[in-house]
Design a protein. Sequence first.
Length: 368
Amino acid sequence: IQRILDTAARGSINLFCLPFLSEALSSIAAISTPLPASSIPNFTTATRIDTHTHPIPSWFRTLQPLAAGRETPSWNVLDHLQFMSSHNIKHSILSISTPQANAFPDDKEKTLALARLLNEFCAALCETYPERFSFLAVTALPYVEESVREVRYAIEELDAVGVVVLTNHHGLYPGDVSFRPLWEFLQNRSSEREVVFIHPTDPVIRVDDVLIDSKPCEYLQRRPPLRSGLGEFYFETARAISSITAERTIFEFPKLHWRISHGAGAFPDIQDRFLLGFQKDAEEARKVYAARFWYDSAGPVYPRQIKGLLAHDVPTSQFVFGTDYPYGIGFWDVGANIAGLADVDFIPSVEKDNIFFRNAQMLWAGLI
């Protein structure tokens, strides 16, 4: 705990601006104490790697009681381990879900502090259970200079295995020119590749310097026709891919490998029409989508939605396994979702095994 306080102070991050600091530090101390070995389930035969899964500290759940239009689920490490064991999952890649550090719009001080606490929590969890968990670093976006420092710290000091960003941060999408210093930092690292996970969040727009929800009907204060998790997240994913394509981010930073949620959401449906506006880059974009994009199975992706990617000649070598635990629980039938991949009849068995774990091993190239 003293190390966390000292390193934050040296980085000019004021953790004390967060009213739940004491609870957060206590939770990090608690997660750093391993569960009794007798309570940990058996992983002897487990092989799968879950690339889309989220820890939810209790103080983060209190801060954000609703997510994607529904109640934020409860989480604890024992339940997570039991879920993994029951579904043959050997290792999980952790990332913080929406709103990540953006719970305090336009409050830079609290955004920086929250990003640091979330990264410290994830790092402590992974250090306690290294065979079961790795994590992706939260950024302080849209504050770019500070995000570079936070990501550097998380990767170099806390052993994060990549970065997770939202489809938009305060209405700015990942291709926004202001984000370039972050991509340049990752591109210039000595590593072979850098993994950037794009996770959906609610769409917002800035009006008269105020951020407002931009989902249909929100401005009329009526319930939107679709909860975010049932529709907007797929559209947000399409917007984010469109952003990094239109602004040429995917071409200018070739070391970056993009982890995409939910089978690319709505993007396969709009891809051909979207690329009509970027005909000089269209063929090269298709090559990138089929080589440096990695699409997870979280949500009802198999057996129908995945055909949109296959129709665009994306090989199964770019597909990875994901559950969205614990947000997926009660949102869809997670068992049926996994079975949708396991039982699909148009993907050979050896390729299914690759999707369940070998592709992720290749993507992270020895980091997990």
